[in-house]
Ligand binder design. Structure first.
Ligand code: SF4
Ligand code: ZN
Length: 362
């Protein structure tokens, strides 16, 4: 339990030193091309103001790589305020014009935690938001994120009573199918059974509703070598397909402030994955599974994100983004590839994953 205690300690400290937030500045949004279920289209990405992820604020301290709560209010927020900020963000984008010109439009609602947890997004706010989206003829797909324990049939019934036949996707941060990694290295706090229960609830609801599921795969948790991280991500995608997840999205590690992953990184015991590793992951997943597989490129080429070399970082990032649209495989070469091959080959030998008891944690 050392990892959990440390995560809690680091989390408490970062909350203690967090500057008070201005509520009006906690929502944000952007609008860009994206791969929808209906093909290439446009998505409004909208971050809702919330008190923060209950898992991170609770006694567990949350996940070892995540600092979303540092962008949250940490106190309850009145429903009218959530609605006001949601409306403000939505009104920024002229998606109606794109819809008229033939584009398909989706919205991704991020709650920096679980949209389906009423303690994070009150039911009245959730109902209002969904009603507004149900009334919009332009928006055809709604995507939210949630931990699996909040995926319940009653909640799905409430949602679809409002949104009718619009497509609704629930994205769940599975991170890995390896229970040991998820529990003891990510501190995620749920097992495969809980995830499978949520996926089954979604699968059964498909008889009535236009519902989909997505699994997030975290590429390179702490205490895994580069090789192990690649293999686990690939295995996780196959596991997702086997149990009936509709699509997967790989999220390579970036170093968030105020997390255990940051502490290890600062002390030289952890590095985010090579971009080459993310390419091996996504190319192999696309060979192995039939469901769509996406690779997130946030933080690529930055000091705290996946990195190859100055020569190829940017080009590869754009190649990966393009490949997400047509699900093609990425081909590229660069001098730095040799270095990556050596690291992947020898990382298990030279112990680049440091055993827990030798970690420079304090
Ligand atoms: S990854 Fe998800 S569940 Fe974990 S702390 Fe972050 S928001 Fe909460
Ligand atoms: Zn390179």
């Amino acid at each position: 339990m050392e990892i959990r205690d440390l995560t809690k300690e680091i989390r408490d400290k970062s909350i203690e030193y967090a500057k008070p937030k201005e509520l009006d500045r906690l929502s944000t949004s952007w609008y860009q091309e994206d791969l929808l279920y209906s093909g290439k289209g446009k998505t409004i990405f909208l971050i809702l103001p919330t008190p923060g992820c209950s898992w991170a604020l609770g006694p567990s301290g949350g996940c070892t790589m995540c600092s979303y709560i540092s962008d949250c209010y940490l106190k309850p927020i009145e429903t009218p305020k959530i609605i006001e900020l949601f409306e403000k963000e939505l009104s920024k984008w002229d998606y109606a014009e794109d819809y008229k010109n033939g584009d398909k439009i989706a919205i991704k609602l991020f709650a920096s935690g679980s949209f389906l947890n009423p303690e994070e997004v009150p039911k009245e706010a959730r109902d209002y938001i969904l009603q507004k989206l149900a009334d919009s003829e332009e928006i055809s797909e709604i995507v939210v994120e949630s931990r699996p324990e909040y995926v319940k049939k009653e909640v799905l019934d409430e949602i679809f009573e409002i949104i009718g036949d619009k497509l609704f996707e629930i994205s769940i941060g599975l991170e890995t199918s390896n229970e040991e990694t998820r529990l003891n290295k990510i501190n995620k706090g749920f097992n495969n059974k809980t995830f499978e229960k949520a996926i089954n609830t979604i699968k059964e609801a498909k008889e009535q509703y236009n519902i989909k599921s997505k699994g997030y795969i975290f590429v390179k948790p702490i205490l895994l070598s580069e090789r192990e991280a690649i293999d686990e991500a690939i295995e996780t995608a196959s596991y997702c397909e086997d149990i009936g997840v509709d699509r997967v999205s790989c999220c390579p590690a970036t170093i968030h402030r105020g997390t255990l992953i940051e502490r290890l990184w600062k002390r030289g015991s952890y590095n985010p994955p090579w971009i080459w590793s993310t390419i091996e992951v996504i190319n192999t997943i696309r060979d192995n599974v039939k469901i769509p597989a996406l690779m997130d490129t946030s933080g690529f080429g930055s000091r705290r994100g996946p990195y190859n070399c100055k020569k190829c970082n940017k080009e590869l990032k754009y190649k990966i983004i393009d490949s997400n649209f047509d699900q093609s495989k990425i081909e590229h070469d660069c001098d730095c590839k040799k270095e990556w091959i050596a690291e992947v080959k020898f990382s298990d030998l030279n112990k680049s994953k440091t055993p827990t008891k030798h970690l420079p944690l304090y």
